[in-house]
Each structure stands twice: as structure tokens, then as C-alpha cells.
Design a protein around this ligand. Sequence first.
Ligand SMILES: [Fe+2]
Length: 377
Amino acid sequence: MSEEEKKQLTQDSLLDNEAKAAVPLQWEDGSGKEQQAASSAPEQASADRSLTKTGEEMANSPGDAYSEVPDSVSATEKRKAKLGNSRPYRIIKRILKIAVIFFALLSIFVAAAGAFLLTSQSAVNDNYQITFYQVASEKINQPFRIVLLSDLHNNVYGKDNQPLVRDIARLKPDLIIMAGDMVNSYEVDYHVTTDLIRALYELDIAPIYFGYGNHDLNYFLNTSMDVESDLAQAGAIMLRDKYETITVNGNTVTIGGLASSTQIYDKYSSPRFIQRFEATEGFRLLICHRPEFFLSVFDEKTPLNADMALCGHAHGGQVRIPGIGALYAPDQGFFPKLTEGVHTIGECKVVISRGLGGRKWQVRINNKPELVVIDVE
Ligand SMILES: [Fe+2]
């Protein structure tokens, strides 16, 4: 075979392979018989492929013999494609994508946190915990125990508050202190509180001292109802800007009750009452419903000259956020400082109860009601 013949044979072979590599196309003829496209040339294969093009391919193939897409639509598609590839468009698309992912993750986190808080045992307002504190004082010879109740708001635990009465009796306190808002000023009926005081009084556990909260004081200031007499008749010693000096386990203790708020403190005789109280002998204990007094009137600059103050009012901040603390308290606003626990302000130990109840619409989250026990040593 001559060189010319070999060259011709190689070219024929290449051409033949290219035709074989072409995509084999299938279609059904009129008789339904399947046939194999066996084109031997690339041009033929191309022509055959065009017969099976989809609408999408046709739209993307302007000028194709089989395309029925108008030129104007093709131009729009082109513009869209151009816009889709532009840099600002890609940036906006990416930002939107990140925002969607961020809000999706945030929604999942909020839902999970809400579910945790609402299913947490502490979220339920139908039981209370007993919280114990120890407070040391050089004035004390023999330790004594205080049980502190606050902000019951006519709430009832079990039948007629019997579990509460049993717990208080079992704790064997030397003093029972009620630090205000045991009743609701918007309710005419406050038998829950008078019944509780009477039950405790009849068991003769310890003397019951009652300091005024804003709700209790509201009866006195704004109604003709004689709540003070009713609570006193039930067995409580009512301390409205008053104090008493008694002996508790061999210790001289002066118990005072401050009735006013920071807003009306100067308008009534409260400053004079506090002056007299601060001059008394022995261990000075002030029932002061509102803890915000210790952020203004009795703050670090002008501290109360007392050994201990017992407060409520803040209801623990209603919602307690893990790692952050209380969310809101009246007269302290958002993220209040004084809502629970023991705080030292000046020489005074300020003990704040989260309370035993609240208005019915006030939700507590992660903030269990509490009965506070203080061992003074
Ligand atoms: Fe309250």
C-alpha cells in the first residue's frame, strides 16, 4: 500500500470513529417501530439531535430551524442572564441567603429557649420553694429564725393554704414576718390572708409582724375598708410606720415597718419614723416592702442604720433569664438589681423575697415563688 493510500485510509477511519461517537438518537416512526439512528456523518447526527430538542433547548437556541421562541423573549432571557451574573446581584443574593439562614437559626433558638423555660418546673406558679439564708450579726447572743412571707396576693396553695401553714409550723421560726402585698388592693374579698394569719396565730408558732406593701397601703389611703383592723383581729401585729422592741431568744430586737414608697417618703411622717427607728437599741430589723429604697433613699451614700431589712415587691423580676437575671420589676424597670437574695448595703443586710404569688395575669418564668427562712446568728 502506497503512502497516499495509507493516509486516505487513516482519514476515513477517523471520520468513521467520529460518526460512531455521535449520540445515538431514537424515535418512533408512524408504525411504532423503533429505529436506530446510524448516521455516518457528524452533520447528520446534528440534524437528528435537532429533531428531539426540548422546548427549553429550543428557547436557548435562537436561530435554530425548529425554534418557535420570538427574538424579543430571547433578548429578555439574555438580559436576565446578564443581570444574574452581575456582581451587585450576586452580593444581594448572598446577603439574602445569609439573612434567611440567620433568621431560621434565630427562630429555632427562640423556640427551643421558650420551650425550655415554659416546661421548666420553675415556670409553674402552683408551688413554692423554701429558700434558706444565714445572716451573721455581732449583736446576736443566741441564734433565732425568721420565716418571711411576702406578696402572697391572696394566692392559695392546696386547701386553705394548709401546706403553707404546715411548712411554717415545721420550720419552727421565732418570728413570722409578712413583708406586704399579702392582699390585692383591687379585690374586696381578702379572707385568704386573714384565714392564713388566723391559722398561724391559732397554732401559736411565733409572733406575726405585718409590714405594709403598696396593695395593703392602698386600702388604707384610698378606701374606707378597714383591712388593718381585720388583719390585726386575725392575729397580726400591724406596723404602719411603727416599731416594737421585743426579746427574741434572749436578743433585743426592734422590728419596724416602713409603709411608704420612695415617691411619697418625704410627704408623710416616714423620715421621722426612720429617725426614731435608727436610734433604737439592739438588733434593728426593718420591714421595707420596696427594695428600690436601697437604690435611692437608703443607698450606699445614705445607708439605713439597721442590721437587716426584709423586702418583697419585685416578684423576682417576673421572668428570670439564665445567665442574665431578672427581666423587669416595678419601680426598677428592666434588668432590675434588687429582686431576690441577700444584699449588703452599708451595714444593712437586705433580704429580698421573690414572693409567694402575684396578680393572676402576671406570668412567672424560671422564677419560682418562695418562702424564705433566715437564720440570724
Ligand atoms: Fe406584690
